[in-house]
Design a protein around this ligand. Structure first.
Ligand code: TYD
Ligand code: MG
Length: 460
């Protein structure tokens, strides 16, 4: 048998190095390198050749069977939407997120909904005692749901338990970082344990047809390995995000072998659990500061769904030699680019100003069409003139200062009309020949047109 070798593995990115160091050379994380024992085997190919074992693999054509993957809806519509229509039997889903964001609550609710519809469900909680989970279930009003609750964290025991009975429809492991296997000579929570246990359970799910849901904590300090290192093992990766202090939670697909990855599910964390939000725009716009300068409403798209959200900006003279730029919910590089375009192409002097930008409600915007709305919020704060309350904005801004066309114009405007907006500031290239619905359009071809529309800064 080959000798077990030692290796130093970064718990944040999985990079392996020969000696310990304080900072990982691959990802730049500090204090994330831990000594682990690599499995005592050579490369599998060599083992197979030496041992003369292995059997001929069979092949299939691409066109043999073209059925859609069967779906098992959990009954939580927002969760099913992000999954692409429900759980796929035999697949593995990873749900990542910061500690305390509501992963256990979400999965207990989904597990209970599925169990109530008659499907056998197992929920293994390695982090909380059964009494704690029961208390949460009581708070959520789910005590009667026929979920089989356990606290096992040993991989061999879990597999043995699962193999004894008929395979359940759904297995939830909360969290994957508490799992451990005696066969792996590393501490629980390390990369070797995480990868080994996750792939064993994924193989079980594939073979048995159960759906496996793994909960993974996102960690900042690297003491336990983060869920990133098992993203390649599973079929679907969902992240549950939100800002602390905000009650909105957003479930986002970042990888999905069975559905789209740009869909989001919106929830509200209440005392009695997560509530699904069917009309996110109304919620995101519910507490607008109307009439104050520095806000603009963006008509965005998240996946197939239009979502209206308020963008807030504060532009104020800076006392620092390097003015501050801070942004929540948007890409800081995108903000830097927009400020540069406003300076260079439109003559708006933001160089000596602190600039803060915030997307209300804790949403993270990925849609490039947010440029125009962000520019409107910045200009409104800079000039001291409130943007008209009944107006929505969308459009992409290029480095030349041109306003570029974006997709889904009709859907964005329809959502805006539904919420009572009467005017849209949009890319000129988007405006069709026919005049649209009840909304008045103001087509822009250059960002400087928007600057002119706001006028020069008000003096006081
Ligand atoms: P939890 O699901 O335990 O988070 P995670 O598993 O991601 O660590 O949820 C933690 C927070 O949610 C906790 O701080 C309290 C809050 N919460 C509610 O506001 N309402 C509820 O009904 C529940 C169960 C939790
Ligand atoms: Mg939890």
């Amino acid at each position: 048998m080959a000798k077990a070798s030692k290796a130093f593995v970064c718990q944040a990115c999985g990079a392996v190095s020969a000696r310990w160091s304080g900072k990982c050379a691959a990802c730049g994380e500090w204090n994330s390198i831990i000594e682990e024992t690599a499995a005592p085997s050579g490369p599998p190919a060599l083992v197979a050749i030496r041992g003369g074992k292995g059997r001929a693999a069979s092949f299939e054509g691409l066109g043999t069977e073209t059925r859609d993957a069967p779906r098992l809806p959990t009954g939580m519509a927002e969760f099913d939407r992000v999954l692409g229509g429900g759980l796929v039997p035999g697949s593995a889903v990873l749900v990542g997120g910061d500690p305390g964001i509501g992963k256990s609550t979400l999965l207990l609710q989904a597990a209970a909904a599925l169990a109530t519809s008659g499907a056998p469900v197992i929920y293994l909680s390695g982090e909380e005692a059964p009494a704690q989970v029961r208390m949460r279930a009581a708070r959520l009003g789910l005590s009667q749901a026929p979920v089989a609750l356990g606290t096992e964290t040993n991989l061999a025991n879990i597999i043995a338990t699962l193999s004894k009975a008929k395979a359940p429809a759904l297995i939830v492991i909360d969290s994957v970082q508490t799992l451990w296997s005696e066969g792996l000579e590393a501490a629980p929570g390390t990369i070797s344990q995480l990868r080994g246990c996750a792939s064993a359970l994924v193989s079980y799910a594939k073979a048995s047809g159960s759906t496996l849901v793994l909960v993974g904590h996102v960690t900042k300090d690297g003491q336990i390995a983060g869920p990133k290192v098992i993203e390649h093992v599973v079929d679907t990766v969902l992240y549950f995000e939100g800002q602390s202090g905000h009650q909105f939670r957003i479930l986002r697909a970042v990888k999905n072998r069975f559905g789209p990855t740009d869909e989001i599910g919106v929830f509200e964390m209440r005392y009695e659990g997560l509530q699904q939000v069917e009309n996110p725009s109304a919620l995101f716009l519910s507490d607008r500061d109307q009439g104050a300068p520095g806000t603009a409403v963006f008509a965005g798209m998240e996946g197939t769904r239009p979502i209206l959200v308020e963008i807030q900006a504060l532009v104020a003279p800076s006392l620092l030699s390097m003015p501050r730029r801070a942004v929540v919910g948007w890409d800081p590089n995108r903000l830097a680019m927009l400020i540069a375009v406003l300076e260079a192409r439109c003559g708006t002097r933001l160089g000596a100003q602190d600039v803060y930008l915030n997307v209300a409600g804790g949403l993270k915007l990925g849609d490039p069409a947010a440029d125009l709305a962000a520019a409107a919020a910045l200009l409104s704060s800079f000039t001291g003139r409130p943007a008209p309350e009944d107006t929505v904005y969308f459009g992409e801004v290029s480095l030349t200062g041109a306003v570029r066309a974006v997709g889904h114009m009709d859907q964005r405007l329809k959502e805006a009309t539904k919420l009572g907006f009467t005017r849209g500031v949009v890319p000129a290239a988007c405006v069709p020949d026919r005049q649209l619905q009840e909304i008045r359009l103001m087509p822009l071809s250059q960002l400087s047109d928007l600057v002119a529309w706001f006028g020069p800064p008000e003096r006081d």
